[in-house]
Design a protein around this ligand. Structure first.
Ligand code: SF4
Ligand code: ZN
Length: 308
């Protein structure tokens, strides 16, 4: 019997959704994708009424799909795209061009932070420090901080990021193996603001698998980066994500199951690892649980190099 779309019954089946045992045509896939984004936003009450929402866009497929989907699902939502140019040769400018194309198509305001122009540092500078083999880790710390600051400057109440199902399931698995309960709690779909006047952080794609974000971009002709970051590494988290993929081959619903169990135990996690109230960094005044925040510790390494 020829395969037909599980929704409209047309014969143009293009996408298999193994965990839902469903085959879809391209149009029904796009509807299915958008409906899940909407359901996730509403399930976790991500956007308070009249909120101005910032979307952290890297130029990659996940955040590009997120910005596009939010515009489609919520045409009246006040959206602003936030992008950081990390100064990575041959990569960062390419990403910025893709982001500029996307916001043009969607008619969304764009704020860009150029790391080199604003702070005089580039991610590659960290090759000369003890972080030389951990550029992604230092890059992550810097991006998290800059996006927090950009969100305040852009006066957004919510900052949405493109973390997908595999990002969350992979990091979850890793933190679980090492018993890092406080870091596990950071994977929650909604994180409250670090301090008054700052934005809450939300993950509307937490239920969206990576390959479906890619398909959505392809079907909707969304511009996204075509090259990989030259500093990208096969990290421990990525290796463990491959383990999850291997299990998912036998049980396509596995990653969703993992996420669902995680969502169930979130309230318990907060009791297992109560957080000390955040103080302020002595150097920059940003909310921090240590005297000097992770951002200042890292950027001071580059400043010291400049002085040497
Ligand atoms: Fe930063 Fe690593 Fe991503 Fe490159 S691959 S942009 S260094 S986090
Ligand atoms: Zn600081």
């Amino acid at each position: 019997m020829p395969l037909t779309c599980g929704k409209c019954r047309s014969a143009n089946v293009e996408v298999q959704i193994p965990y839902a045992r469903m085959s879809l045509c391209s149009k029904c896939f796009v509807d299915f994708y958008l409906a899940r984004v909407k359901k996730t936003v509403e399930e976790f009450k991500m956007f308070p009424e009249n909120a101005r929402v910032g979307v952290a866009v890297s130029g990659g497929k996940d955040s590009a799909a997120l910005l596009h989907a939010l515009r489609r699902v919520y045409p009246d939502l006040k959206l602003v795209a936030l992008h950081i140019n990390l100064g990575i040769p041959g990569y960062s400018d390419h990403c910025q061009v893709k982001v500029e194309k996307l916001v043009d198509i969607l008619n969304v305001e764009l704020n860009v932070f150029n790391l080199q122009e604003e702070l005089g540092i580039k991610i590659g500078d960290f090759k000369k420090t003890s972080f030389k083999n951990k550029l992604c880790s230092v890059c992550g710390t810097i991006k998290r901080r800059i996006f927090e600051e950009m969100a305040v400057k852009a006066k957004v109440q919510v900052l949405a990021t493109g973390h997908n199902l595999e990002d969350v399931a992979g990091v979850m698995f890793n933190n679980f193996l090492y018993g890092r309960w406080d870091q596990l709690a950071r994977l929650k779909p909604v994180l409250p603001p670090l301090a008054e006047g700052m934005a809450s952080k939300v993950k509307p794609l937490i239920r969206s698998p990576e390959n479906e974000n890619l398909l959505y971009c392809l079907y909707e002709d969304i511009p996204f980066r075509e090259i990989d970051c030259p500093f990208s590494k096969r990290t421990g988290v990525r290796k463990r994500t491959e383990i999850l993929e291997a299990i998912a081959k036998h049980n396509p619903y596995f990653k969703h199951q993992l996420l669902n169990r995680f969502l169930e135990i979130i309230p318990l996690l907060e009791n297992v690892s109560p957080k000390p109230p955040l103080g302020r960094c002595k150097v920059c005044g940003f909310p921090s649980s240590s005297e000097i925040c992770a951002f200042c510790k890292r950027t001071s390494l580059i400043k010291r190099l400049d002085k040497a």
